[in-house]
Structure formats: C-alpha cells, structure tokens
Design a protein around this ligand. Sequence first.
Ligand code: NAP
Length: 292
Amino acid sequence: MQRLNGKETAQKIRTELKAKVSERKLRGSKTPHLAAILVGNDGGSLSYVTAKVQACEEIGFDSTLIRFDDTISEEALLLKVIELNKNESIDGFIVQLPLPKHIDETKVTDTISPNKDVDGFHPMNLGNMLLNLPGFLSATPAGIIELLKRYNIETSGKHCVIIGRSNIVGTPLSIMLSRNSNPGNCTVTLAHSRTQNLKELCLQADILIAAIGKPEFVTADMVKVGAVIIDVGTTRVDDNSRERGWRLVGDVKFAEVAPKTSFITPVPGGVGPMTIASLMMNTLKAMELNGK
Ligand code: NAP
C-alpha cells in the first residue's frame, strides 16, 4: 500500500506556481489576485477560506478576503459579486459554500462571471467541461485528476466506482474520468443513495472514490484487493483528546481498508490540499486567459 500524499504533491505544485509567478513578475506582469467571499462564521468554512488565503500568500498571489454577517441579504451579496466581476485587479474569486438558507446558491454561482469562476461551478464552465472545451474545471475533481497523474496511476480500461453525485465532486469527476484522456478512459459507475447492491459494485472497483460525507462509510469488506482508493469526505467529528475538540474524518475506514489497497489518500492530507492547489492553478489561468 502506498499513500497518495496530497499534502506533499500540493506543496510541489505551490513551488512550481511560485516560480512561475516570480518569473512573470520579473517580466513586469501583473500579480495574480484571488478574492474570496465568506458569509457567516461557520468554523469549517472559515478554515477552508483561511487555507486558501494562506496558499496565495505563500505562492506570491495577491488575495482579498471579504466577510459578511450571515444576515446579509441575497441582493447585497449579488451586488458584491457583480462588483467583483467588474473589478479589473481581481483575476478570479470564489464564494465559499454553503450559504445561509435565505440565499439562493445557484443564483449566486450563476452571477459570477465565467471568466473569473475559479471554482468552476458556473453552468458555462460545467458545460465546457462536459464538452471538453476550455474553461475552469471544478477544483476538487481537477485536484484528484492531478494527483492520479502525478502518481502515474493507470486509469485506462479500469472500472471506477464513484460514490456521491454532487455537482461539485462526483458528477464532474465521473465525466473527467470517462473521457478519452490520461488520466481517464475509465468505465465509470456513479453511485448515490438510491444505488442498490452498493457493496457488490464497490467490490468490482479498480478505483473507488468516496464523496459522500459519511465518516468511515467504506469498510474493508467493500474493497477489492489492490484497489486505488480516493477519499474525498471530510467530516468534523467530536474528539476531546484534541485541543480544538474535533478531528477530520474521511468517508473511508482508513485503518482497515488501507492494507487491502495499492494506493490510498489519507484524510487529512489527501484530496483537501489538492483542491486548494487546483484553485491556485485556476487563478493563474484566469489571469492568463484574461490577457494579463
Ligand atoms: P453532497 O452534496 O454532500 O452529497 C453527498 C452525496 O453522497 C449525494 O450524491 C448522496 O446521494 C450520496 N450519498 C449519501 N448517502 C449515501 C449512501 N448511504 N450511499 C450512497 N451514496 C450516498 O456531496 P459533496 O458536496 O460532494 O461532499 C461530499 C463529501 O466530500 C463531504 O464530506 C464534503 O465535506 C467533502 N468534500 C471535500 C472536499 C475536499 O476538498 N476535500 C471538497 C468538496 C467536498 P443522493 O444524491 O442520492 O442524495
């Protein structure tokens, strides 16, 4: 069994991006600038956004964090999005999800200019991804593809089972992995809460990807010997032995599953850091696409 070390791989990507940015700065180019909007005080969302801002600082990108109380109206938030769309100094921006219930997330995502949509959630970017046209790929699926690529994991002809069909992870990943590309050329099964015989399907998977949000859902009896396991899940569970009172747990029961696998991502330190690395790659791309 080999760990797919997302933390180390993401660090390599950051170093590569840092070099590219320094080189561009020497040539008098603009510094890439990522903005993030955070609504409310959810601890998880705050730590994700903070990690994104820190990544910008490390690489040498400019970053702007815009915070609002969770009482902000949908109209006021949309006006801010429109303002960022027009702000020439900002190359890309994200609105951290989830948003409070009174705000329509789809409306917000659809209002972000597709050219600045570095999370890749806008329908135009999802459509371009589907048609294999240029655009921004959703950060988490793109990070998983990059991880598979950097570890030279053979995907062609493999049966890949993805559990979870969200618009930000499972569904785009199912398309990317079934495409005629490398990584890709998988035969993909996209499973969800209505799937029957899930265990039997998982046992057929050469590559098993869990994106459910249910701690330790995938157990050893669901995994074929030698499978590649990608654990996207990140759930905070109470843990009084930790100073902060919680720890992050993935969708895979790592201790019992890992010995059966050829490769497996840990949680934390697997998919999470790759998601941030993808976001940084998308921000540089946004600047380049916008001709700066
Ligand atoms: P989501 O919107 O929370 O949806 C969960 C998916 O899992 C749904 O498709 C659901 O099926 C399916 N599901 C739920 N229970 C199931 C069951 N018992 N059997 C089979 N399928 C089941 O998904 P998400 O936003 O992709 O998030 C999933 C997890 O990934 C969460 O823990 C999230 O925090 C994590 N995540 C991590 C990163 C990262 O960078 N590490 C990024 C994004 C998300 P239905 O569609 O039928 O309801």
